[in-house]
Design a protein around this ligand. Sequence first.
Ligand code: 16C
Length: 247
Amino acid sequence: VEVTRDEVELPPPSIDNRLTVHSLWPEIDRISTEQLQAAFEGVGGQIGWQLFAEEGDMRMYRREVEVDGMVMDPLKAMHKVRGVSAREMCHYFFNPQYRYEWETTLETMNIVEAISSDAIVFHQTFKRIWPASQRDALFWSHVRAAPQHTYVVTNHSTTNDEYPSNTGACIRLFVTVCLACRTQWPAGETPSRDNISTSIAYCSTVNPGGWAPAGVLRAVYKREYPKFLKRFTNYVVEQCRGKPLVM
Ligand code: 16C
């Protein structure tokens, strides 16, 4: 499928027909729906969420989970940004042309399959965390609109015969990430950069795919997740400055 520049410009308000006929569609639809539902659920209801970072409107929680000695701590972050819409946030998160500008853990990024204007399969390699082996990931990414001025991007690991795991220097990690954004503004007013605010819920679970020292890994994510969310939201605010609002 050819995906033109124009089509990737903004997340479409409805699902692209080319996605709904793809073999990954049932999985993409199911996981995206589940992730969106969970994203705006509070952290109060579930036991075990610990606050580990707080700055301005940003709060980050994690749950300590180890499987066979491997750290798989789920992360949940909440944030609020003024002056940019949910659609704009998700546009910059989904679209590969901006990724190197805000993603600091990346070494390489390749498009494995451009399924449609709202779904892409990526292969990425990440910077190495000493003393563990370098990691790579193969995942689909899907952006969609939802009720209440909400947009959401879901990334979830997949497989592809042309990208076998653990054959070279990299160990394949497994990821489920969701960036859900909802825009609000005062009742009776017309939305503009001056009166909108967007609530962000970012959820991530990374399975390292093989041994990595627990202490190092927790130290790295405690530093890297807050860095990512601050950098990414600031990046979007900067990109949107002076441009007409897109809702
Ligand atoms: O969601 C984010 N980015 C998206 C677009 O790239 C996408 C990516 C998901 C992959 C997340 C896994 C990243 C593993 C990086 C390992 C190397 C980090 C090196 C940094 C030190 C210089 O959804 C934003 C992702 C923000 C990631 C924060 C870091 C999380 C570390 C979690 C531990 C990974 C285990 C690695 C085992 C050695």
